[in-house]
Design a protein around this ligand. Structure first.
Ligand SMILES: C[S@@+](CC[C@H](N)C(=O)[O-])C[C@H]1O[C@@H](n2cnc3c(N)ncnc32)[C@H](O)[C@@H]1O
Length: 280
């Protein structure tokens, strides 16, 4: 394994912060060594300094992309922490439907836009497609847009394809749900087309301006801001406030909180869960 020197570690952590917003504290040298080691091999570098110079001189952005894919922690699973999905199913989506129905002209489909802002390999998004299926929302009556985005092109490609190995599929899904919503695919499982078409995926860096987004009714931004500095987290939540409708809903990770992060959202408690809405 290649060893990273303290100087190289400082240079690399600054570079990773610059390109992805991910903060690596002291003590994560091992993570950088193991995750970037294969890139050193592929690029015939023998030191991290050499790799750094190659990143800086690569005008195609391909090396930067590989570094982001390697460093981004894509850990996720279906129905992660369960409570936010119960909240969506029993409170947020029914409340939204009631509010939108009250305003919509008769016979117009109710429009709901949902964004999973750090979708990783797609489990969060497909958990929502399962939940929507189980709410039996008739497609003639509801026009639901579900978008998953992530900085990692590799993760987004996997999410789009919707194939999971035995380990991934077993995390958070019952045997009945696997059978109902996935097709066997070699030694893994692939999301059924009827659910796959309910979502679309895009590569987006949350640190860059969020341009061209129509506003969303529900945003999930879970387990990603923990990797950012406080300043970046504040900027991110300001941007999220800009793309969320005034009566919309924001869900963050179970270990995250917006207290001390932004004055723009108010917390609301429902059963065991917290959700946030823009302050009026
Ligand atoms: C730990 S996963 C969380 C996945 C999912 N939201 C969940 O809670 O299970 C964090 C994801 O954030 C993505 N990420 C990290 N930095 C990002 C950035 N600057 N912009 C967009 N996504 C980012 C990573 O690629 C990774 O897939």
């Amino acid at each position: 394994m290649y060893k990273i020197t303290p100087e190289e570690y400082n240079v690399f952590t600054r570079y990773i912060l610059e390109i992805s917003g991910i903060t690596l504290d002291q003590g994560k040298e091992y993570l950088v060594e193991t995750r970037l080691g294969p890139i050193l091999d592929d690029m015939s570098c023998t030191t991290f300094s050499e790799l750094y110079y190659k990143c800086r001189s690569d005008k195609t952005g391909a090396v930067e992309k590989r570094i982001i894919d390697a460093i981004a922690t894509n850990e996720t699973y279906f129905f992660r922490d369960i409570a936010p999905f119960e909240l969506l199913q029993h409170k947020i989506i029914p409340d939204l439907i009631d509010k939108r129905k009250a305003l919509a002209p008769p016979d117009t489909p109710i429009k709901i836009r949902i964004w999973s802002a750090a979708a990783a390999t797609g489990q969060e998004v497909y958990s929502i497609t399962i939940l929507l299926k189980e709410l039996y929302l008739h497609p003639d009556k509801y026009n639901i847009t579900l978008i998953g985005t992530d900085i990692s092109g590799q993760a987004i490609a996997r999410a789009s394809y919707g194939r999971y190995n035995k380990f991934e599929i077993s995390r958070g899904l019952s045997a009945a749900r696997i059978k109902q919503y996935f097709d066997p695919d070699g030694d893994g499982w692939k999301i059924k087309d009827e659910l796959r078409v309910m979502a679309s995926f895009q590569k987006i860096n949350l640190l860059k301006p969020l341009i061209g987004f129509e506003k969303f009714d529900i945003i999930l931004c879970r387990n990603v801001a923990i990797y950012f500095t406080q300043k970046e987290r504040q900027r991110l939540y300001n941007k999220i406030a800009d793309v969320l409708v005034p009566d919309g809903y924001l869900l963050i990770g179970s270990t995250e909180s917006l207290t001390n992060e932004t004055p723009l959202f108010a917390p609301h408690k429902y059963l065991k869960s917290i959700f946030y809405q823009p302050k009026q």
